[in-house]
Every structure is written in structure tokens, then in C-alpha cells.
Design a protein around this ligand. Structure first.
Ligand code: PEP
Length: 252
């Protein structure tokens, strides 16, 4: 059975104190009743990671996620954070290729391939984001565009490595807009991505978790998570509210 994952992407929100309060509320509310096998990943800003890691340590279904890392191990890259640094403070997952990084920081498929390698080489799991713009969907090129994002950044991996990757399909037009993909749109893309993975990796594709992201909230999570190829969610805005995020976690 594929691992079910609900990941919260805090983006550039919350002071340290606010982040710790949110974490404590989440562990209180979703500390023990979460369905077994569900992994909850808190993808916090870098400065929160060590402290949040301590708070979630005794909750085995909670894991720690970063939102990015550099493609080099170390060196003269002022302001950057490397994969070994993240590994050294107990980070389990790293979001890579979020559309905001692709758009505002010019991250392309080649660069992301290098970041994926770094994360895997340091014992962590990438949450690799892909997704099309509204214009691409309207032009009917969204399926090719998204499968190509996977091919160019992931298909150099061997069977063992791809098995450690989590994929997040996030249509850009649904991120932060309140506009969610319909269950049919989500299922169509997720099934296609799995087929694309199977074309390269065979049976391994059935073990890869593919999350949906884009305006997931407590009201729509249940039906999205019920799609056969949707293995959970990557949640932005709604992950900043403890009550709502808990409801999303519990709807899987
Ligand atoms: C995200 O940033 O990954 C995201 C899905 O955001 P939101 O849930 O706010 O649309």
C-alpha cells in the first residue's frame, strides 16, 4: 500500500514563536487519532526547523520538511542552505520545484535534477512539485508539460532512488487562488503521472505517493483524497491554521 502523506507548506509565514505555537496545537489535536500509516510533514521556514523538530520528535507520524535546498554541498553561496545542513538537524523531506521557486527564482528542470540528487544523497526524501499554468491547460498541452517535468528532473534516477521520491501535482492556477482542481482533473493527472512512471520504472510506480496541491481545505480534502491515485495533499494556506489542518489530516 502506498504511504498517505499530508504535508503543510508554511511558505514564508510565522515567526518562530507563532510556528512553535502552531506545532504544539497540531500535536495536541492530531497527536494520536491520526489513521495509522498517515505521515504528516511540517515544511517550515529554515529557521523553525530545529525547534519544530524537537517538538514533534515523540510523535512518530509527524515528520520535518524543508522548503528548498541548494544544489551544492557547501561553498561560497551566501544565504543558502545545503542538504547536509538539513540532514544534520533531522530533516526528513525537502520540497523541491515548488511553482513559486520555479517562477520567482528561475528554477528549471536541470537545476531541480541536481537538487533532487543532493536531497537523496543525504538520506532525505524530495517532495517534487510539478504542475501547469492555466494557459497551458487551456492550450491542451498540460499533460505533456507535466510529464516532461518528471522526465527531465527525475528519470535519471534508478529504481531504488525513485522509490524514495514523493511527487506533488500542483496546478499553478489552483495554488493560493481558492480554485481547486476537480476530482476528475486531479485523478486524470495523477493516473497519467503514475502511468508515465510505470513506463520507466514498472511496478515501482505503484509504490510512489503522488500528492495533490492547490487550495486544499477542510471542505474539499475528503473527496480529493478519495481519488484512487491521490495519496494525500500538499497544503499551503490551510496548513497555517491548526483546526483546519487537523481536519484535513483527519479526512484522509
Ligand atoms: C502550496 O503552496 O503548495 C499550495 C498548495 O498552496 P495553497 O494550498 O494555499 O493553494
Amino acid at each position: 500500500m502506498r504511504q498517505k502523506i499530508v504535508a503543510g507548506n508554511w511558505k514564508m509565514n510565522k515567526t518562530l514563536e507563532e510556528g512553535l505555537t502552531l506545532t504544539s496545537e497540531l500535536t495536541n489535536m492530531a497527536g494520536d487519532e491520526v489513521r495509522s500509516g498517515v505521515q504528516v510533514v511540517l515544511c517550515t521556514p529554515f529557521i523553525h526547523l530545529a525547534a519544530v523538530g524537537k517538538l514533534i520528535k515523540s510523535y512518530s507520524h509527524f515528520a520535518l520538511g524543508a522548503q528548498n535546498c541548494h544544489q551544492q554541498v557547501s561553498g561560497a553561496y551566501t544565504g543558502e542552505i545545503s542538504a547536509p545542513m538539513l540532514q544534520s538537524i533531522g530533516v526528513n523531506y525537502v520540497i523541491l520545484g515548488h511553482s513559486e521557486r520555479r517562477q520567482y527564482f528561475n528554477e528549471g528542470n536541470d537545476l531541480l535534477r541536481q537538487k533532487v540528487d543532493q536531497v537523496l544523497a543525504h538520506g532525505m526524501r524530495p517532495i517534487f512539485c510539478c504542475g501547469e499554468t492555466l494557459e497551458q491547460r487551456e492550450q491542451g498541452i498540460h499533460l505533456d508539460f507535466v510529464t516532461n517535468q518528471l522526465s527531465e528532473s527525475l528519470f535519471h534516477l534508478d529504481n531504488e532512488a525513485i522509490g524514495r521520491v514523493v511527487i506533488a501535482y500542483e496546478p499553478i492556477w489552483a495554488i493560493g487562488t481558492g480554485k481547486t482542481a476537480s476530482t476528475a482533473q486531479a485523478q486524470e493527472m495523477h493516473a497519467l503521472l503514475r502511468k508515465h512512471l510505470a513506463g520507466k520504472y514498472g511496478q515501482v510506480a505503484n509504490s510512489i505517493s503522488i500528492l495533490y496541491g492547490g487550495s486544499v481545505n477542510a471542505g474539499n480534502a475528503k473527496e480529493l483524497f478519495a481519488c484512487p491515485d491521490v495519496d494525500g495533499g500538499l497544503v499551503g494556506g490551510a496548513s497555517l491554521k491548526s483546526r483546519e489542518f487537523t481536519d484535513i489530516i483527519k479526512s484522509i
